[in-house]
Ligand binder design. Structure first.
Ligand SMILES: Nc1nc2c(ncn2[C@@H]2O[C@H](COP(=O)(O)OP(=O)(O)OP(=O)(O)O)[C@@H](O)[C@H]2O)c(=O)[nH]1
Length: 401
C-alpha cells in the first residue's frame, strides 16, 4: 500500500514537470515572432530591378541588404523555423523623361490659354489700329514676357502684317509661333550634367529661395535621372529647415536613391555637401544632387553660405551644374532672385516651377534673357513625375493651342 502511494506521488510529480516544460515551450514559441517581426531597416531602399547592367554593377551607397526574418511558426503545429527573404520594400519605377512635357502640355495650355487665345483673337481681328497693337502689348506684358521681348515681338508682327497685308488667323498663328520660338531660343543647350566626368560623378547643386519648390525639385529630378538609368545620391544640405532632410530622404527612398544627411539640427551644410560628394565618388555613382537652404537670417548670410558650400565641394570635385529654382508665379520677384543668386554662384540652368498654375509663361523668355542661361526643366504640378525637361516647341505650341 505504501509503495502504491509512493508510485502515485512520483507519477503526479513527473506529470507536473512535463506539463510545465510543455507550457513553457508553447508560450516561448508564441512570443518569439513579435521580436523577430520587427521591421527590417529600410533606409535607404534598394533600387528597383533595373534593365541595365550598369545599375546592377553599382548598387547605391549605404544600401542595406535585405534582412532575413524568420517566419512565425503556426501555433497549432510548431515546426522548425526556416529563414526566408524579407519582402522587398516597394520601390517605384518613375515615368521616363521623354515625352513628359507632351503629357503635361494640357496643363500648360490650360493655364496659358488667355495668352494664346487673347493674342490670336486680337491679331486676327482684321483692321489692326494703334489701340489693337497696344492691347497686344499689354497681353504680352501681363504674361511676364518683359518689355524688351514684347517690343521685339510686336515690332516683328507689325512688320509682317504690313508686308503681307493679311490678318488671316492661320497665317498670324504661324508668325506668332515663329516669333515666340525665336524668343524662347531653341538653340540653347538644355541638357543636364548627369553623366560621370572621368572617374567622378557629375555634381549638381540646386539653389533658390525657400518655397520655390527646391526640395521637391531635387526629389523629382532624382526620379527623372533614375528613369534614365542613372545612379544617384542626394545630399541634404538644407540644414536650416529641419524637415527638409526628411522630405528629401522620403523622395529618394521612393526610387531607391540614398540620401546623405546630418541628424544634427543646424549642421554645417558645407560639410553635408562635402560628405555627399565623397559618398558619390566612393560609390561610383553617376550623379550627386545637392539640395541647399533657401532661407537664412538675411540675404548676405544665405549668399555667403552658398559660396562656402560651393568652395567646400570644389575641394574634391568640380560642380558641373548649378540649377536655380524659380517659382513662375512670382514674376519680377523671381527675376530679382535670379540676379542675386547669379552673383553668388554661376547658375548654369533654371528650373521654373508652378508653371501649371500661372498664365505667366512669358517668364521663360524674361529669365533666360536676364541670366543668359537656359530654362532646363519646368514644374507642372505637385505629382512626383510632374517635372519635365523644357522643350521650346512643345511650350510654344501649348501656348497657341
Ligand atoms: N503646383 C505646383 N506646385 C509645386 C511645384 N513644385 C513644387 N510645388 C509645391 O511647392 C511647395 C514648396 O515646395 P518645397 O520643395 O518644399 O519648397 P522649397 O523651396 O524646398 O522650400 P524650403 O525647403 O523651405 O527652402 C510644395 O507644396 C510643392 O508641392 C509645381 O511645379 N507645381
Amino acid at each position: 500500500m505504501d509503495n502504491l502511494w509512493l508510485y502515485l506521488v512520483i507519477g503526479v510529480g513527473i506529470l507536473a514537470v512535463g506539463l510545465g516544460i510543455g507550457l513553457n515551450l508553447l508560450i516561448g514559441s508564441r512570443r518569439k515572432p513579435t521580436i523577430e517581426r520587427e521591421a527590417p531597416p529600410v533606409r535607404p531602399a534598394p533600387r528597383p530591378a533595373a534593365p541595365t547592367e550598369e545599375l546592377e554593377r553599382r548598387p547605391p551607397a549605404q544600401q542595406a541588404p535585405p534582412t532575413p526574418v524568420e517566419t512565425a511558426p503556426a501555433p497549432e503545429a510548431p515546426a522548425p523555423e526556416a529563414p526566408v527573404e524579407a519582402p522587398a520594400p516597394t520601390v517605384e519605377r518613375p515615368e521616363s523623361a521623354r515625352g513628359r512635357l507632351q503629357r503635361l502640355r494640357a496643363r500648360l495650355a490650360r493655364s496659358n490659354t488667355a495668352l494664346g487665345k487673347g493674342l490670336l483673337a486680337l491679331l486676327s481681328r482684321g483692321h489692326l489700329d494703334e489701340e489693337a497693337w497696344e492691347e497686344v502689348e499689354d497681353t504680352l506684358i501681363a504674361s511676364d514676357l518683359g518689355v524688351e521681348a514684347t517690343t521685339e515681338l510686336v515690332d516683328s508682327l507689325r512688320a509682317q502684317v504690313k508686308i503681307e497685308g493679311t490678318t488671316d488667323e492661320a497665317t498670324v498663328r504661324g508668325w506668332l509661333r515663329e516669333d515666340l520660338l525665336r524668343l524662347v531660343r531653341p538653340e540653347m543647350d538644355r541638357r543636364i550634367a548627369s553623366s560621370r566626368v572621368g572617374d567622378r560623378p557629375a555634381v549638381i547643386l540646386v539653389v533658390g529661395v525657400n518655397g520655390t519648390g527646391k526640395t521637391t525639385t531635387v526629389g523629382k529630378l532624382a526620379r527623372v535621372l533614375v528613369a534614365e538609368d542613372r545612379d544617384v545620391i542626394l545630399g541634404a544640405a538644407d540644414t536650416f529647415r529641419a524637415a527638409a532632410a526628411d522630405q528629401l530622404e522620403t523622395w529618394g527612398a521612393r526610387v531607391g536613391v540614398p540620401t546623405v544627411r546630418s541628424d544634427k539640427d543646424g549642421a554645417d551644410p558645407a560639410a553635408v555637401a562635402f560628405d555627399a560628394v565623397r559618398a558619390g565618388i566612393e560609390e561610383e555613382v553617376d550623379v550627386v544632387i545637392i539640395d541647399t537652404a533657401g532661407r537664412l537670417h538675411n540675404k548676405v548670410g544665405l549668399m555667403d553660405e552658398l559660396a562656402k558650400v560651393k568652395r567646400v565641394i570644389e575641394k574634391q570635385s568640380e560642380i558641373d551644374e548649378v540649377l536655380l529654382v524659380l517659382d513662375a508665379t512670382t514674376g519680377q520677384n523671381g527675376l530679382q532672385q535670379a540676379r542675386v543668386f547669379s552673383e553668388a554662384v554661376d547658375v548654369t540652368g533654371i528650373v521654373l516651377t508652378k508653371l501649371d498654375g500661372t498664365a505667366k509663361g512669358g517668364i521663360v523668355v524674361a529669365v533666360q534673357r536676364e541670366l543668359g542661361v537656359p530654362v532646363k526643366l519646368v514644374g507642372l504640378g505637385e505629382g512626383p513625375d510632374d517635372l519635365a525637361p523644357f522643350d521650346p516647341e512643345a511650350f510654344v505650341d501649348a501656348i497657341l493651342e
